[in-house]
Ligand binder design. Structure first.
Ligand SMILES: [Zn+2]
Length: 437
């Protein structure tokens, strides 16, 4: 109760500050929704005004802290587990003052793979593409987290250089518009398809992400761009986001152009994480890893997760297996606990087979506490909402919340939904279910 009362005090203070600022000061902040249970009617507020919200810029404190105080109680009991770390940053508040707490919800979705039938269906009469209907039924959920990260597996090089599907993808620019519109705040681009259509597709895609003011990481325009660690602020918490892939489907990285895609290399990851920790409160690492279609993380993923935990990474977002793998807490040196989404499956694809059509939105709360010159970060309330990639006859592509899938959309939907949640709770039995509304 004390905790809740305390949040109210913070809220009052922040709300007071908020009133004295011009709206321009809020560039970079979204609605700041912290509630996990979905509220479609309140979703999306503010997300449309996404500005160039990256790059070490201090975008100020999000005024929407009051959401934290309103956390609804139909959520699963709060987890005791969490990660706590001390940072060496000097806190401005004097050491006698009350602690200051900031909370932000981080969300992640799995692989976005734009196969040919999906872009065929999205093509409009005027030659442009519109993917909004693919996300329409889950965009409310996608708007809920303060920061939503997506693995854009296919480069959005645009129709100008010729679209293509598996095995060498190139997708329309408009995929980016749809993701942004639906609620994605950050894209990771290091994966086995990054080099599919070469540098041309990558440069064209990056230019388009810039045009959308969508921060990206994992593939870069040049060495200088690669050097720059991306950070993004939400509700007074600074997140750094890094991304790496195990490989590029045998396509060699062009000589002297290592910046085109970040490969998994423990030495360079460790150096990046070290720099990221100096700049941010929370370090998030996207890992394109594991074996395709394996339901559980393999030894290699577990070893890498442990190495990332030892580096002090806070959250790992795994992707590539195209099926769900259960998340876990991984303990590193000094008891540091890292939350690992081993694989979030496919969010958008035209892959066939039930398991490849199931993905979801993974969520965690990040709590930053500043007290007596010390800043600690806790990761709390891991949660998941399974989604199902509906399509029929290679048409009518729509991501549906699995819990709401009708029998016509997914046979034995209730049973499949239950077994999916059970699977995801393998390592964390109290992993919360996010109910779709
Ligand atoms: Zn992949």
């Amino acid at each position: 109760m004390l905790y809740i009362a305390f949040i109210f005090i913070i809220v009052a203070v922040l709300a007071g500050c908020a009133e004295q600022r011009s709206p321009d000061e809020y560039v970079g902040s979204t609605s700041g929704t912290v509630q996990i249970p979905a509220k479609l009617e309140s979703a999306g507020e503010g997300k449309q005004q996404e500005p160039p919200a990256v790059e070490q810029a201090d975008q100020g404190t999000d005024p929407a802290q009051e959401q934290a105080a309103e956390q609804e109680s139909d959520q699963e009991p709060r987890q005791e587990q969490g990660t706590e770390k001390e940072t060496e940053s000097v806190v401005e508040a004097d050491s006698d003052s009350e602690p200051v707490i900031y909370t932000a919800t981080l969300g992640a979705i799995g692989d976005v793979l734009i196969h040919r039938p999906i872009y065929r269906e999205a093509e409009q009469k005027d030659g442009t593409y519109d993917f909004s209907s693919v996300f329409a039924e889950v965009s409310g959920m996608m708007q809920q987290p303060d920061l939503l990260i997506a693995n854009e597996e296919t480069m959005i090089g645009g129709a100008g250089i010729g679209l293509s599907t598996y095995p060498r993808f190139n997708s329309p620019h408009e995929v980016g518009d749809a993701l942004k519109e639906a609620g994605v705040d950050f894209v990771t681009l290091a994966n086995n398809h990054t080099l599919d259509r070469g540098e041309k597709a990558i440069q064209s895609a990056l230019k388009y992400w810039d045009k959308l003011h969508m921060p990206y990481t994992g593939a870069y325009k040049n060495a200088k761009d690669q050097e720059r660690i991306r950070t993004i602020d939400r509700n007074g918490i600074t997140f750094a986001v890094l991304a790496y892939t195990y490989g590029t489907n045998g396509i060699p990285v062009p000589e002297g152009k290592d910046y085109l895609v970040n490969l998994i290399d423990i030495g360079s990851i460790s150096a990046d994480v070290k720099r990221a920790k100096e700049m941010a409160d929370v370090v998030v690492v996207s890992m394109h890893w594991g074996k395709e279609y394996e339901n559980l993380p393999n030894k290699e993923q577990q070893t890498l997760a442990k190495q990332l935990a030892n580096m002090g990474v806070d959250i790992v977002i795994g992707n590539h297996p195209h099926v769900l793998q259960p998340p876990a807490w991984v303990e590193g040196q000094g008891g540091h606990k890292t939350f690992v989404f081993y694989s979030l499956g496919n969010f958008v694809s035209s892959q066939d087979g039930l398991k490849k059509r199931i993905g979801g939105i993974g969520l965690v709360d990040v709590v930053k506490k500043m007290e007596g010159g010390r800043t600690t970060i806790r990761i709390e309330n891991p949660a998941f909402m399974p989604t199902y990639m509906y399509y029929n006859n290679w048409k009518n592509y729509r991501i549906v919340p699995m819990e709401l899938a009708t029998a016509a959309e997914l046979s034995q939907s209730k049973q499949n939904f239950k077994s999916t949640m059970n699977h995801m709770q393998s390592y964390i039995p109290d992993l919360s279910l996010i109910h779709a509304e």
